[in-house]
Ligand binder design. Structure first.
Ligand code: BES
Ligand code: MN
Ligand code: ZN
Length: 504
């Protein structure tokens, strides 16, 4: 899909073909461009709105085919919602909605007449860029393995041009958003790939691509991991035919900062989770290809920060393993020694993510002395029971960090919901024969117990854990996220850095 920006040539030169998209605020409020087009088409727009239930709500669309008085083929009305709520996500949603409406229509080209409602906090150029950003995100499709799909079943739209007075400013604003969208799409690709294609060794190779945008990439192989003593991570990996990898990605975008300590992102990269010897039921097990979603988000975030040359020092660390049952797999009851020195009794081999993270978190603190750490993981099924697919679970040992992350999430439309930590939960993971066990004794509070386990490996620094098990994959289309891998977290972390850690 191509996106372009141009000055509108109204009233004289409307496009001769394709679709003209008009944004409409609630209560069927047409802006200046909409009104002009309405007049040119003999009131078609007002009539069509009256004849339908279209009122201009966010994501609503209405197509008017073969409008009178103009040469092009179709007018598409796209709702912006309430004028006072015309924020960046409203324009992104409008961009997404136009893609959804046109991709099945056979249309190949669309021009957007963007009417900024009075009261919107955005400049026309920013609104245009956000609309294109939303369209870009929504137009994603993972179709590389579809070899027999008929042409008329494929999405048709090829080009979207946003018409706005300050086209140059819009183009500049879109430049940064475009690199972010590319990083989101890169992440979605990684999450969508099956586990025979993305495994620890191949995912580590994919990380090397980040060198193109200036990220330093270091791969720790089996020998190195053994030498370091990452016994918890190695225990998970030992049942797989693939070797584990830990990848360290560094972006030093603020080398002259007074406080050069990096922000650290840590990701769970279980490229497939069978459960190991504590094997999962067959139904739905294919979902566990996306158990590397936390790692994919960390990789995508590092790519995004570097691609826009963010003024921040950041390090991303991902633990890549495959959790398989086999003759070499670890057994329930095994005791492993983690990198921290703490011993862990592995009661359930399916609680493997926390074992991988324990060593990666320790390594991050020990090697990089970060100012703060944020880990992302598809850690527990229990977080889906608690929050469904709408919020990711947030845990933190620091209120300021928790609030900053939650705020960034609200701004970009990737919402977090904080859940508690507490000593009473922690008691439940004391082991009779080792320092800690990897599951609690009851069935309650599974996500909190997992977070408590991680906390045992956190020293004195601000830390947050984001459980993305419910949001990493979507079974339905939403405004800017087609069903499939979502890359939930990339936009959030990019914004978190921009709003709280850039240039500091
Ligand atoms: N990767 C899973 C978590 C998961 C399960 C995500 C289902 C999405 C859907 C994780 O490794 C896991 O298996 N967790 C167990 C923990 C349990 C054994 C304490 C779980 O949630 O069932
Ligand atoms: Mn598991
Ligand atoms: Zn898992």
């Amino acid at each position: 899909m191509k996106f372009a920006f141009a000055k509108p040539a109204l009233p004289t030169a409307l496009p001769k073909s394709g679709t003209v998209v008009v944004t409409v605020a609630t209560e069927r409020a047409l802006g200046a461009a909409g009104q002009e087009l309405d007049q040119k088409t003999g009131g078609s727009i007002t009539r069509a709105m009256k004849a339908s239930r279209f009122t201009g709500k966010r994501e609503e669309t209405l197509a008017i085919l073969a409008p009178a008085g103009v040469e092009f083929d179709r007018i598409l009305l796209v709702g912006l919602g309430k004028p006072e709520e015309a924020s960046e996500t409203a324009f992104q949603a409008a961009g997404g909605a136009l893609i959804a409406a046109l991709d099945k229509s056979g249309e190949t080209e669309a021009s957007v007449l963007l009417d900024l409602p009075t009261g919107s906090a955005l400049t026309p150029a920013d609104a245009a860029a956000e609309l294109a950003f939303g369209a870009h995100l929504r137009s994603y499709r993972f179709d590389k393995y579809r070899t027999t799909e008929k042409k008329d079943a494929k999405p048709s739209l090829k080009k979207v041009t946003v018409l706005t007075a300050d086209a140059d400013a819009a183009k500049r604003a879109y430049g940064k958003l475009e690199t972010l969208a590319e990083s989101v799409l890169f992440t979605r690709d990684l999450v969508s790939e099956p586990a025979n294609v993305i495994h620890p060794e191949s995912l580590a190779e994919r990380c090397k691509e980040l060198a193109e945008v200036g990220v330093q990439v270091e791969i720790l192989d089996l020998k190195k991991l053994k030498k370091l003593g990452m016994g918890a991570l190695l225990g998970v990996a030992q049942g797989s035919a693939f070797e584990p990898r830990v990848v360290v990605m560094r972006w030093d975008g603020n080398p002259d900062a007074e406080d050069r300590r990096p922000v650290a992102f840590i990701g769970k990269g279980v490229t497939f989770d069978t459960g190991g010897i504590s094997i999962k039921p067959a139904a739905g097990m294919e979902d566990m290809k996306w158990d590397m979603g936390g790692a994919a988000v960390v990789i995508g975030t590092m790519r995004a920060l570097a691609a826009r040359k963010a003024k921040v020092n950041a390090v991303g660390i991902v633990g890549l393993v495959e959790n398989m049952p086999s003759g070499t797999a670890q057994r329930p009851g095994d005791v492993v020694t983690s990198l921290s020195g703490q011993t862990i009794e592995v009661i359930n081999t399916d609680a493997e993510g926390r074992l991988v993270l324990a060593d990666c978190l320790w390594y991050a603190q020990d090697s990089f002395k970060p100012r703060l750490m944020i880990d992302l993981a598809t850690l527990t099924g229990a977080v889906i029971i608690a929050l469904g697919h709408e919020h990711a679970g947030l845990f933190a040992n620091n209120d300021e960090l928790a609030e900053a992350l939650a705020a960034a999430g609200r701004t970009v439309g990737e919402p977090l919901w904080r859940l508690p930590l507490g000593d009473a939960y922690d008691k439940d993971i004391n082991s009779d024969i080792a320092d800690v066990k990897n599951v609690g004794s009851g069935r309650g509070a599974g996500s909190i117990i997992a977070a408590q386990f991680l906390k045992r490996f956190i020293n004195d620094l601000p830390w947050a854990h984001i459980d993305i098990a419910g949001v990493v994959w979507s079974k339905k289309d939403t405004a800017t996220v087609p069903k499939g891998g979502t890359a939930f977290g990339v936009r959030l972390l990019d914004r978190f850095v921009a709003d709280y850690h850039e240039g500091k």
